[in-house]
Ligand binder design. Structure first.
Ligand SMILES: [Zn+2]
Ligand SMILES: [Zn+2]
Length: 312
């Protein structure tokens, strides 16, 4: 008697396949905005975001508008570079995949984001490419995506400029240059480096630790790195997102002066998914912050609240 649950392998696989099928349908519906999403922004996040937006508006293209990051929630951040506003991986409405919800509500609803110049989408997962949210955002923004399918869907929403970038390709929008960099995930994804006004920021998307990190460090020497760290691991499969330890290791190579955690504010709203489909590291953003403090005390690591502005 080894104490393991007595479920036949065939029964387990059949159950898992059924659940995956349901999840795939739910994800498709979620991407198409067909869910009745239950979500309201947090009042404190809203107040913080209003203050951050006020500071950016007052700054124009200087000061905090030249180089800062406003955290919105999970992998959604507003990068402010050379007066330009660049939003990463929009996700606002729960549940993504029919099973994933925000642990903390995002700072604001999509129409309250204000002016956007660029939107970056690293990959085609519902917690990074929220079509319903994108339909409510500033459509004057240029959108840069990882795949042709994402581009087709984004154009249908009414965005005028939608660009697909392959790793190491670049595209200029106003005062910023965006370069796609390699990522490593359970589906194809890219990361992004945003450069402008003498500042560079690396956004890693959902990646696990990958062999191109040293090349990104060497080529861009990013001042800021925003690193996924919740260690998402699908059941019976490899790690798909960096753990806090992996993100510390990436930070050591990247040598950025400011490091922020990302992809660390989602919980499984479906308890079955939490036990059968995937695992994440609990409170990963704080674990990462503590580990950064011990391993790289000379590097500024900030764990921002939704709506908070972090000046570079
Ligand atoms: Zn993903
Ligand atoms: Zn994700």
């Amino acid at each position: 008697m080894d104490g393991r649950p007595r479920i036949s392998r065939r029964g387990f696989l059949a159950g898992g396949a059924g659940l995956l099928g349901t999840t795939a349908v739910a994800e498709y519906q979620s991407l198409n905005g067909r869910f009745v999403h239950r979500y309201s922004p947090g009042a404190s996040g809203q107040a913080r975001y209003a203050a951050s937006l006020g500071a950016l508006d007052r700054a124009g293209t200087e000061g905090v508008a030249r180089a800062s990051v406003v955290h919105i929630g999970h992998s959604t951040h507003l990068l402010c570079v050379a007066g330009m506003r660049v939003l990463t991986d929009p996700w606002f409405f729960d549940p993504a995949f029919g099973a994933l919800a925000h642990e903390l509500p995002p700072a604001v609803l999509p129409p309250e984001l204000g002016r956007l110049d660029v939107v970056l989408v690293t990959h085609d997962h519902a917690d990074h490419a929220d079509a319903r949210a994108m339909d409510q955002m500033d459509k004057r923004a240029s959108v840069i995506v990882a795949t042709h399918e994402l581009a087709v869907r984004t154009r249908k929403l009414g965005y005028r400029e939608v660009v697909v970038l392959a790793p190491w390709e670049e595209h200029a929008v106003g005062a910023v240059k965006i370069t796609a960099v390699p990522g490593l995930h359970d589906i194809f994804e890219i990361g992004f480096v945003v450069q402008g006004g003498g500042v560079s920021m690396y956004f890693a998307g959902d990646s696990r630790l990958h062999p191109s990190i040293p090349a990104i460090a060497e080529r861009f020497a990013p001042d800021v790195s925003i690193l996924s760290c919740d260690g998402t691991r699908l059941a019976g499969s490899a790690l798909h997102v960096m753990t806090p330890e992996d993100a510390v290791s990436a930070a050591r190579t990247l040598k950025s002066r400011l490091v922020l955690p990302s992809h660390a504010e989602a919980v499984f709203s479906d308890p079955l998914a939490a036990h059968v489909l995937a695992k994440t590291v609990a409170r990963a953003r704080f674990v990462f912050g503590e580990q950064m403090g011990r391993a790289l005390p000379g590097v500024r690591c900030v764990v921002p609240a939704p709506g908070e502005l972090v000046a570079v």
